[in-house]
Design a protein around this ligand. Structure first.
Ligand SMILES: [Zn+2]
Length: 155
């Protein structure tokens, strides 16, 4: 169970991609281990995608999950801060590489989100907090998302 989230002050128009794993766990890619870490660290995300492509909804989309931290959009004409306010956070379990099942699940999930919200930006945590964060990492295959969501803006 996830405990760190609150009310959202604005409309959703952004998706933030993250990656996570539990380095000290017996199985660092176990979903429950990552959820325990979120709770220990006082953070959360709306969705968690396991290595085998299972999508867990941890926080309702209409609530504000605490995944972005101090953050700012990287666009010349849009530099809104506090990205949690208007974004949905998706965590992929992994250290540097992601599975085919995860990419398929992620694309499926974004398609579903797009039916509920007008998504303008799809970004990585690294794009909105470049001095603090590197996830989802340089091996994340952005070209797959770009070709699947031609109406969205990427970084
Ligand atoms: Zn992150």
């Amino acid at each position: 169970m996830i405990v760190h989230f609150d009310e959202r002050p604005s409309k959703i128009d952004t998706i933030i991609i993250h990656s996570c794993f539990a380095p000290d766990a017996k199985d660092p890619f176990d979903t429950q281990e990552s959820i325990s870490l979120f709770n220990q660290c006082g953070v959360s995300a709306h969705y968690l995608i396991s290595r085998d492509g299972n999508i867990l909804n941890l926080v309702p989309e209409e609530k504000r999950a605490w995944h972005a931290g101090i953050s700012k959009l990287p666009f010349k004409d849009d530099q809104r801060e506090a990205v949690n306010d208007f974004s949905i956070g998706i965590e992929l379990i992994g250290e540097s590489d992601f599975t085919e099942d995860q990419y398929l699940a992620l694309i499926d999930l974004i398609n579903q989100i797009n039916t509920r919200h007008k998504i303008k930006y799809i970004l990585g945590h690294n794009h909105i907090a470049p001095n603090r964060k590197t996830d989802p990492g340089e091996n994340f295959d952005w070209s797959r998302l770009k070709s699947s969501f031609k109406d969205c803006l990427f970084c």
